[in-house]
Design a binder for this molecule. Structure first.
Ligand code: C5P
Length: 224
């Protein structure tokens, strides 16, 4: 076939936002649509890979042939991702995980007070991809995303090293026609000793190129 076949290769991909409850009716979240992660899952499955997609709350249909696990919070995504990661060859962290969650989730609806100000006490969520990349046993080849508005490549290179990733996909989200919620995207894929820029195109086309490049780098690493 025209596209490379990835039969037998096991992917775990995270996608979408996470939602961090404040009380029974409110939450903190972000504008991630999940489109890029779902496109990656669809592309890998279309190439014959075995794909587990761990998704935060999104409005997207499950791509053909993909096993999907839905989660809400970062802590739930952390648990599901680590469970799946240890049985994977390649882990791609495409989710926009909330960095913080409420230190305490109120059990009943927070009431509007008389004060003009309200302080929220937040605590840091686990860094899911750093936990996966830090596995000492059954560690998958680990690929992250870096959504940045400035100094995109240098921040991405720093994250590649600090999170101990094998590759990172740098995404300039300051461009209105790319990134969050858009159907198109442009990225630069970086690894130790190399990089490749993929020009603005549909997320479906981009996903196919990314899965091919990632799989190539994975087999290079596995055979050296
Ligand atoms: O540090 P930053 O959030 O910019 O890093 C982005 C990368 O880290 C993405 O691959 C994202 O999925 C992952 N991440 C994660 N867990 C977090 C925060 C980010 O897996 N708590």
């Amino acid at each position: 076939t025209a596209t490379s076949r990835l039969t037998g290769l096991r992917f775990t991909i995270t996608a979408g936002p996470t939602r961090e409850a404040l009380d029974p009716v409110r939450y903190l979240s972000n504008h991630s649509s999940g489109k890029m992660g779902f496109a990656l899952a669809a592309a890998a499955a279309a190439m014959g890979a075995d794909v587990t997609l761990i998704s935060g709350p999104v409005q997207l249909a499950t791509p053909a042939g993909v096993k999907r696990t839905d989660v809400i919070s970062a802590q739930q995504m952390h648990e599901a991702a680590l469970k799946a990661a240890v049985n994977s060859d390649i882990f791609i962290g495409c989710a926009a995980v909330a960095d913080y969650r409420a230190a305490e989730v109120a059990t009943s609806k927070l009431k509007k007070g008389s004060s003009e100000q309200l302080q929220l006490n937040l605590i840091k969520n686990p860094d899911i991809i750093a936990a996966v990349a830090g596995l000492t046993k059954q560690r998958p080849f680990t690929v992250g995303f870096a959504a940045e508005t400035n100094d995109v490549l240098s921040y991405a290179r720093k994250k590649l090293t600090s999170k101990k990733l094998d590759m990172i996909c740098a995404n300039d989200v300051s461009q209105p026609d790319a990134g969050f919620n858009s159907d198109q995207n442009a990225v630069t894929l970086l690894w130790q000793g190399g990089e490749q820029t993929l020009a603005l195109q549909s997320k479906a086309a981009l996903a196919e190129s990314l899965i091919t490049l990632i799989s190539k780098q994975f087999s290079n690493k596995s055979t050296t």
